[in-house]
Design a protein around this ligand. Structure first.
Ligand code: PLP
Length: 401
C-alpha cells in the first residue's frame, strides 16, 4: 500500500508516483510469456521516459524502442546496451539518423521509401552499412480509439505490403543498407487479440515471400500496444498474446522484438493532487484541484478515463467534475462522477497515470511540471524535482535585456 498522504506531505502536490515493483511485475509477466523464443522486450521509452524508470527496466534486461534521438540518448544513459536499442518514427531528421548510425544501435525502423533514401545516403557518407527494418502497415483495424490506431492505410504510419517489398529489394541491392528486421505496430491500448494475430499472419507471410528472394530477416518486431485496465476493460493475457504471435512464425527462426510501453508503466503510476475549492455553477458541481491538463493531458486529449480515489473522504456523494486551474474547458480529470464533498487540501489520486502522463506534460500557463517519485520495496525517492519558475524562464531570460 502506498501512503499517499505521507508522500504529499514530503514532496507536495501535484505529484507523480511510480511503483517500481509493479513495473517489474509487468515486465516479467511479458518476459515469461515469450520465454519459448529468443525475444527482446524493447520498452517504448515515450510512455514514461524518466531516466530512473528506464534505468530500472535496463537492469531487468529490457531494450528500448525510441522515437527521437533524445530517447536514444536516454536509453544509453540508463544503461541499455546498443544491441537492444531501436529507433522508430515517421519523421526522423538527418542528424538524428546520423547519430543513431554512429552509435551503432540494433536497427532503424523505416517508415517510407523517402526515408530509406535518406538513411542510405547518410550511411554512405559514414562509410557504413545501416541495419534497417521496414514498418509494414497491414491495414488492420485494431478497434481502439482513432487517435491511437496506427495500422490502417488512413494512418500516417508505415508502408503497405507492396511498398515494403520494394523497399526490401532496394535495401538488399544497396551497399549501405542491411535489412535485418520487419516491424508492425497497429495501435495502442489494444484489448482484442484477433487484430494482432491477423497483422502477424500478414507480416510473417511477407517474411516468407522475402526469403524466396534471398532476403533473410532476423527480427520480427510486433510493436507494442498491449492494453491495460483503466476502468473495466478486459485486457489481453500476455501468455495468449505470445502464443498468438509465436503461432504465426512456423518455420521461421527469428528473434521476437516487442515494444510495450503502456503495459509496463500505466498502472504503476498514480497522479496525486489536492483539492483547492468546491464550486457550484447553477446545477453543476465542480471540484477544483491543483493538478491540471499541463500535468496529465490524457483526459483532455482523448477523453481518457482515469479512476479517481478520494483519499480523505468517504461521505455522501453527488455528481461533480474534477477540474484543474488551467484556462481551458478541456482541463478536467473526471466528468459527472459521484464524489464526496471535499475540504480545502483533501487529496485525490488519479490512478493509472504512469504511461503518457508526465511525458505529455507541458508548461502551459507557466506552470512548472510536477515532481516524480519512485516507490520500491516500500521506500520512496525523488526521481525528478519539481520545476521552478526559474527553470521555466531560463531559456528566455537572456533575451529581455
Ligand atoms: C508508441 C509506440 C509503442 C508503444 O505503444 P504502447 O501502446 O504504449 O505499448 C511501441 N512501438 C511504437 C513504434 C510506438 O510508436
Amino acid at each position: 500500500m502506498i501512503n499517499f498522504s505521507q508522500l504529499a506531505q514530503k514532496y507536495q502536490t501535484p505529484l507523480y508516483i511510480y511503483d517500481f515493483n509493479k513495473i517489474t511485475e509487468q515486465y516479467e509477466s511479458l518476459k515469461v510469456a515469450f520465454k519459448a523464443r529468443k525475444a527482446i522486450l524493447a520498452y517504448a521509452v515515450k510512455s514514461n521516459s524518466n531516466l530512473s524508470v528506464v534505468k530500472h527496466l535496463a537492469k531487468l534486461g529490457a531494450g528500448a524502442d525510441c522515437v527521437s534521438i533524445g530517447e536514444v540518448r536516454r536509453a544509453f544513459m540508463a544503461g541499455i546496451p546498443k544491441y537492444k536499442i531501436i529507433f522508430s518514427g515517421v519523421g526522423k531528421q538527418d542528424d538524428e539518423i546520423k547519430e543513431a548510425l554512429e552509435s551503432d544501435i540494433l536497427f532503424i525502423n523505416l517508415e517510407s521509401e523517402a526515408e530509406l533514401g535518406r538513411v542510405e545516403m547518410i550511411a554512405k557518407d559514414l562509410g557504413i552499412k545501416a541495419r534497417i527494418s521496414v514498418r509494414v502497415n497491414p491495414n488492420i483495424d485494431p478497434k481502439t480509439h482513432p487517435y491511437i490506431s496506427t495500422g490502417l492505410h488512413g494512418n500516417k504510419f508505415g508502408v503497405d505490403l507492396n511498398m515494403a517489398k520494394r523497399m526490401y529489394l532496394k535495401a538488399k541491392n544497396s551497399e549501405n543498407l542491411d535489412p535485418v528486421g520487419i516491424h508492425f505496430h497497429i495501435g495502442s491500448q489494444l484489448t482484442e487479440l484477433e487484430p494482432i494475430r491477423e497483422a502477424a499472419v500478414i507480416v510473417a507471410d511477407l517474411v516468407r515471400t522475402l526469403q524466396a528472394v534471398d532476403i533473410e530477416l532476423k527480427f520480427f518486431d510486433v510493436g507494442g500496444g498491449l492494453g491495460v485496465t483503466y476502468k473495466d476493460e478486459v485486457t489481453i493475457d500476455p501468455k495468449e498474446y505470445a502464443q498468438a504471435i509465436l503461432g504465426t512464425l512456423n518455420g521461421l527462426d527469428m528473434t521476437i522484438m516487442c515494444e510495450p510501453g503502456r503495459f509496463i508503466t500505466a498502472n504503476a503510476g498514480h497522479f496525486l493532487t489536492r483539492v483547492m475549492y468546491e464550486k457550484q455553477n447553477d446545477e453543476k458541481r465542480f471540484v477544483i484541484v491543483d493538478g491540471g491538463m499541463n500535468d496529465l493531458l490524457r483526459p483532455a486529449l482523448y477523453s481518457a478515463y482515469h479512476r479517481i480515489e478520494a483519499l480523505d473522504n468517504d461521505g455522501e456523494t453527488s455528481l461533480a467534475d474534477i477540474v484543474g486551474p488551467v484556462c481551458e474547458s478541456g482541463d478536467f480529470f473526471a466528468k459527472d462522477t459521484q464524489l464526496p464533498s471535499f475540504k480545502h487540501n483533501d487529496l485525490i489520486v488519479v490512478h493509472s497515470a504512469g504511461a503518457y502522463g508526465f511525458g505529455m506534460g507541458s508548461n502551459y500557463n507557466t506552470r512548472g511540471r510536477s515532481a516524480e517519485v519512485a516507490i520500491e520495496d516500500g521506500k520512496d525517492r525523488l526521481i525528478r524535482r519539481r520545476e521552478t519558475f526559474e527553470d521555466l524562464i531560463a531559456l528566455e531570460e537572456e533575451f529581455i535585456k
